[in-house]
Design a protein around this ligand. Structure first.
Ligand SMILES: NC(=O)c1ccc[n+]([C@@H]2O[C@H](COP(=O)([O-])OP(=O)(O)OC[C@H]3O[C@@H](n4cnc5c(N)ncnc54)[C@H](OP(=O)(O)O)[C@@H]3O)[C@@H](O)[C@H]2O)c1
Length: 384
């Protein structure tokens, strides 16, 4: 694990030692446990239980700070034993994917990238978490995760990240997660095109540039590109039109990339992401309808809808979402179009079961289109 603390280890110092529990019946433990044992050499190793632990074995070991486990059955038994004894300790599953290298863009605290970095790290991957401002990923560095500066709009910054990863990994990268992105709220007719171009630069061209730069490392590793897409690329949610368009561009690009890179052994996974609680909406909070806009008659209702009020209840926790994404990506045969996050599966069902323009009436009430229609009619009457 290099000079930093082994990725499985808790950040608090060991007082008693750790207990390693191997489940020989699972068949999954041999590689992971031997590498973990090597990593744990520096720790005060309390005991290794060769088989499924029983209460007497746990009693014999005594207090421990940390338990490493390689089998699901052991996890359940151990948890029972610990609860029974009121023992406080970290309880970690033995990582089974140690050695896989992952670079993730846009890992600022509180976002999807940060949650993904932690979820890959928990699985024993070597994670390069990146952000355009390093202070925003200090929390990941403190967990023993490698951090790098990477602004997807800046070719020099991307090139520097490629160099640094290349040196650390002998020129390979198993997983590139294109996550960095931003939104834009407001009616399409009123969109500030400079802001829209900036958004496309990050959400679309930034991914293209990052992928092109890391392609040689990914090809060498026969790796996987994970594109964090959005239900917005499928569902034409009003007042997010420019963001929807950037998401749809990402989806089409990702699908094409999958076909073009398949002959090189590189896989491409698109995560069609539903509602996930992050800084995404807060970063665009306060979007307004201008008082001279054609939408001004329903200004308040539209502002409420475009600032996320109507979809607030749909948001899921970023860590749960990240664990689901990581579990799929690390499978031998990942789902290539993975729908994850709040309402993602509902959007999938509508998109496959109904006709393309069904959204017109499905979204009208929730996003204040009906309200707007009423207000415009009243305005017309008043002006006559
Ligand atoms: N949250 C959702 O419900 C949801 C749903 C569907 C899809 N998504 C997608 O998920 C991805 C992550 O979003 P999130 O929800 O985690 O939002 P977030 O908390 O706002 O995170 C976005 C991340 O992208 C970074 N970023 C912005 N511009 C960048 C640039 N030029 N170079 C590098 N990084 C940059 C941000 O950095 P700063 O902190 O420096 O701004 C931040 O780290 C986005 O692509 C978004 O479209 C989110």
């Amino acid at each position: 694990m290099g000079s930093s603390r082994a990725s499985y280890l808790p950040s608090t110092p060991f007082r008693f030692g750790c207990l390693i529990c191997l489940d020989n019946q699972t068949g999954t433990n041999s590689a992971s446990s031997s590498s973990a044992l090597a990593d744990l050499k520096a720790c005060p190793l309390r005991s290794v239980l060769p088989q499924q632990p029983c209460g007497a074995q746990v009693d014999a070991v005594g207090p421990v700070d940390c338990i490493y486990n390689s089998g699901v059955r052991n996890a359940t038994v151990l948890l029972g034993e610990l609860l029974h004894r009121n023992m406080q300790c970290h309880f970690l599953n033995m990582p089974t994917n140690s050695g896989k290298t992952v670079l993730i863009t846009g890992c600022s605290a509180g976002g999807i990238g940060s949650a993904l970095a932690q979820a890959f790290h928990d699985q024993g991957c070597r994670v390069f978490a990146t952000a355009r401002a390093l202070p925003k990923i200090a929390h990941l560095r403190d967990m023993g995760i490698d951090v790098l500066q990477l602004d997807v709009e800046d070719a020099a910054s991307i090139a520097s990240a490629v160099d640094r990863v290349g040196v650390a990994t002998e020129g390979t990268l198993d997983l590139l997660v294109n996550n960095a992105g931003l939104g834009q709220s407001g009616p399409i007719i009123d969109s500030n095109l400079a802001d829209s171009r900036k958004m496309f630069e990050v959400n679309f061209f930034g991914r293209v540039a990052t992928t092109q730069a890391f392609a040689p490392l990914l090809i060498k590793a026969k790796g996987t590109i994970v594109n964090i897409g959005s239900i917005a690329g499928v569902c034409p949610q009003p007042w997010k039109g420019m963001y929807n368009a950037s998401s749809a561009a990402v989806h089409q690009w990702s699908d094409t990339l999958r076909i073009e890179l398949e002959p090189f052994g590189v896989r491409v996974v698109l995560v069609v992401t539903g509602a996930v609680r992050t800084n995404f909406l807060t970063n665009q909070a306060g979007a307004k309808v201008a008082s001279d806009s054609i939408y001004a008659p329903a200004k308040e209702s539209i502002e409420s809808a475009m600032n996320g009020k109507s979809v607030d209840k749909n948001f899921v926790d970023a860590h749960g979402y990240a664990r689901e994404v990581v579990a799929n990506v690390l499978r031998k045969h990942p789902v290539k179009r993975h729908w994850a996050g709040g309402v993602a599966r509902l959007i999938w069902a509508v998109s496959v079961a109904l006709w393309a323009t069904a959204w017109d009436f499905l979204l009208a009430e929730q996003f204040a289109i009906n309200e707007l229609r009423k207000r415009l009619a009243l305005k017309n009457v008043a002006e006559q």
